[in-house]
Design a protein around this ligand. Structure first.
Ligand code: ATP
Ligand code: MG
Length: 401
């Protein structure tokens, strides 16, 4: 069957009537971004749904694969567009029905006839197409109430649209409609998944990564850049803030008792993240923490680490099992990169026996023995900011803005 159009059904954004126009135009931009570098398509955003018209040479499966990852979409369907000639409509309806690859399935034909000039009325067209489908297939029977499949036929002035297959979309809300957050991105499995989870709720992210050259390698830095690029694949351009953290980590190890160094390291990271968040007007910090996973992620640790900031911290993976996080990382395509063996700054400086319940008053006392502020200011002054988008697409993307 030669499909030449994709029907896109909006997700939850239908609920948000006040913002509808903004949501739809953002989603249209996001769909176009996801389709880069393909060509030969035209996106038409209507109030209730979106269409992507395709040139004959455009690969519809590739288009659907990309669009199904865009947040804010409930489902998509490949559609055949014909003229109003009855032979063409029959051929397309039969072709669509033949593609139903389920034995003994039931179907019905559902006609919507918005062009009242069309010579056949709704009932007539429905029974004619139903009859042709029965004649030309062996595995289908008609069932009007609750059929397994519905062959939809929309008769409009400009043409007739026929479709049946419905593919689940990514759900959520269009990225760019919910404000901005700052993602604390390590090279591990969890934090990229945390970033995607919040983007699913419509927010954009910038990412911050702490590295400690020469203790951490160029490869470790490249890994974080690669992870950011994968996240940017369907969600849009992402800025990555690379913070030089060597001096702070060395100092922590000099002045803080070893079993509290991890806690202090996290506190320094969070202090810096908070300042960067203010600079970029982000309204929350996101991390990949998971309750009880490691020493720094017990409730006691979170309490003492969290005490340095009053900014909301979003922890979308807080209660998930590791297996589920891994499944998500595989689905978004970050897993293979995350498991590459380049150590990040925390792994290298990890104490042998980190405290699982570090007391806040003790932590503050130790940190107060040294003035970390100049080091923090210097790290912030030397942040390197990279703008990461899909590979080799910057000029094309500028055209869309
Ligand atoms: P991940 O797989 O995301 O590294 P993890 O289970 O290894 O998580 P930790 O290493 O304890 O957990 O880190 C907890 C969270 O702290 C991470 O999810 C991330 O948000 C943040 N984080 C850790 N290291 C860094 C880093 N070098 N730069 C930025 N954020 C970091
Ligand atoms: Mg980690």
């Amino acid at each position: 069957m030669k499909y030449n159009r994709v029907l896109v059904r909006y997700g939850e954004l239908t609920l948000k009537t006040g913002n509808r126009h903004h949501f739809i135009s953002q989603l249209k931009g996001n769909v176009k971004y996801a389709l880069i570098p393909l060509s030969g398509y035209h996106v038409i955003a209507e109030r209730d749904r979106m269409f992507i018209d395709l040139e004959p040479e455009t690969d519809i499966e590739d288009v659907m694969k990309r669009v199904s990852k865009v947040f804010g979409i409930q489902s998509i369907s490949p559609v055949v567009r014909t003229t109003q000639k009855i032979d063409e409509i029959i051929e397309a309806a039969v072709g669509t029905a033949k593609e139903i690859d389920e034995a003994d399935a039931t179907f019905k034909v559902d006609v919507k006839r918005s062009d009242k000039q069309f010579p056949h009325d709704t009932f007539e067209l429905q029974s004619m197409l139903g009859g042709e489908i029965l004649k030309n297939t062996e595995h289908l029977t008609v069932q009007v109430k609750k059929p397994d499949f519905t062959i939809h036929v929309e008769v409009r002035k400009e043409g007739v649209y026929i479709y049946s297959r419905v593919i689940k979309g990514a759900g959520g809300l269009p990225v760019g409609t919910g404000g901005k957050t700052l993602l604390m991105l390590s090279g591990g499995i969890d934090s990229p998944v945390a970033g995607i989870e919040v983007m699913k709720r419509g927010v954009t992210i910038e990412a911050i990564h702490f590295h400690s050259p020469p203790f951490t390698s160029e490869e470790a830095k490249q890994k974080v850049i690669d992870l950011t690029r994968i996240m940017a694949e369907t969600t849009g351009v992402i800025k990555l803030h690379l913070v030089p953290f060597t001096d702070i980590q060395k100092t922590i190890h000099k002045v803080i008792p070893e079993n509290m160094t991890m806690t202090s390291t996290r506190r320094m990271m969070l202090k810096i993240a908070e300042q960067v968040a203010h600079q970029i007007d982000a309204k929350a910090i996101v991390n990949g923490e998971n309750l009880g996973q490691v020493a720094s992620q017990t409730l006691g640790s979170m309490y003492t680490i969290n005490a340095v900031t009053s900014m909301p911290i979003l922890r979308p993976l807080l209660t998930l099992d590791k297996e589920d996080i891994i499944l998500k990382a595989k689905a978004i395509g970050t897993f293979e990169t995350s498991i590459k063996p380049f150590e990040d700054c925390c792994t290298i400086f990890t104490p042998k026996n980190p405290k699982t319940n570090p007391r806040l008053d003790k932590m503050e006392k130790f940190e107060n023995n040294y003035d970390f502020e100049p080091l923090i200011a210097e790290a912030i002054n030397n942040i390197e900011v990279l703008t990461i988008n899909k590979e080799k697409m910057s000029t094309q993307f500028n055209d869309l803005l």
